[in-house]
Design a binder for this molecule. Structure first.
Ligand SMILES: [Zn+2]
Length: 241
């Protein structure tokens, strides 16, 4: 198992490269790119939320509580006074940070269903639905955020799995091999069934899938292939088109 620092660094670096690529492909604006990077990083530390005393558990819940509290307040911004908004913010924050965390601790087993590709998919859908329905993001950006969330989550699983193989004099395989990356945890049937139902439910709430096509249309790939390397000399600025 890779440690928290390693997960944070890997997620920050890879999510940074991927979000910069999206910016160059003009899939997002300079204002939006930071959010893409952010959900990628959260995805990268989220899987270890199930190790009860981990740093990531505390950090993730502080982050989640803050984001959800903001979402709840933003949603009501035209209907309530400032003090009422403060109260909504505070209640939602406290609920997620101190109450939901207790249930998550009780429900999850380290490296159980939560630490799986199924959860990566579910987390991606949750982020897409959340940003589309509550934060009023447009469909393309909402899907992109979901993709980054699932991407960060998957990087975490791959890094844990890579850590199961020791490359010293000869290749040694630790007992943890195969526990980090899995579709679902079939040993825990109930959790797996709940996960599958949640995936289907969340998918049904996502914006139209056609929006995704916009991400992968020919123009975007043309921009990508045109801009990936310098035309003539390196680091000689010239207008990109
Ligand atoms: Zn892990």
């Amino acid at each position: 198992m890779a440690n928290f620092q390693a997960h944070l660094s890997a997620a920050a670096a890879l999510s940074g490269l991927a979000s910069m690529t999206c910016l160059s492909m003009e899939l997002v604006s300079p204002n939006e790119v930071f959010f893409l990077w952010g959900v990628g990083v959260i995805g990268g530390i989220l899987p270890d939320v199930d190790s009860n005393h981990s740093t990531s558990l505390q950090l993730i819940f502080t982050l989640l509580a803050t984001i959800i509290a903001f979402a709840a307040s933003v949603h009501h911004i035209h209907y309530f006074s400032i003090v009422e908004l403060w109260i909504i913010w505070g209640i939602v924050y406290a609920l997620v940070r101190y109450v939901v965390i207790i249930f998550i601790k009780k429900l999850t087993l380290h490296r159980g269903t939560f630490h799986s590709l199924g959860m990566a998919l579910l987390f991606g859908f949750i982020i897409t639905v959340f940003s589309f329905r509550l934060l009023n993001a447009n469909a393309v950006f909402a899907w992109l955020l979901g993709l980054f969330a699932a991407f960060g989550f998957t990087i975490h699983l791959l890094l844990d799995e890579a850590n199961s193989i020791e490359l010293k004099d000869k290749i040694r395989v630790k007992r943890s091999l195969g526990t980090a990356i899995k579709l679902l945890d079939w040993k825990d049937k109930t959790a797996s069934v709940i996960m599958i139902i949640s995936i289907i439910l969340m998918f049904s709430l996502t914006p139209e899938i056609n929006a995704l096509k916009q991400l992968f249309n020919q123009n975007q790939w043309h921009t990508f292939s045109q801009n990936i390397l310098p035309k003539e000399r390196w680091f000689q600025p010239h207008p990109i088109k």
